[in-house]
Write a protein that binds this ligand. Sequence first.
Ligand code: ADP
Length: 168
Amino acid sequence: MSSEKRIAICPGSFDPITLGHLNIIRRSAQIFDEVVVCVMPNAAKTTPMFTIDERMDMVRRAVVRYPNVTVETSDILLAEFAKRYEHAVLVKGLRAASDFDYEFQMNLINKKINPDLETMFLTASEKYTFLSSSVVREMAKYQADLTGLVPNELIPDIEEKARTWRKN
Ligand code: ADP
């Protein structure tokens, strides 16, 4: 049996991290030796609520109790970033059929760039299938209660940011 460490890369924009993301990260940390959460700038999305540094800081605080999880960012394509790790697979969460269509396409593109890179999917926990960062941003904007959507310790940060963000 090989002694090489199996590494999962959990990519996303995490703007901000939700309990849905954290559920996928926690389950990956149980399956793999190490998990690298990669906070992507994601230029395709509209203006982010949080900067990369703020998003990384929030992810770090959310995963502090998982000793085999680290947080990185990448300004290169994810399929290129993954080449830095010898035995890494991408792990993504699937919420709905719409996620599947997008992820299937992304997987084909990633394979073209890095043919050795595999992607694995974990189905979203039933209680988080409706949850996305955009839902959290929208609710924060209207001062709705964020309990049960994001880690409790991050709620003050998100509420504070929403106060200034609302004015935009
Ligand atoms: P969002 O769609 O919330 O903006 P990201 O682009 O940061 O999230 O997504 C990163 C990864 O996390 C993707 O693989 C996405 O499918 C997964 N993910 C996001 N929200 C959830 C959730 N509620 N349950 C399971 N997986 C999720």
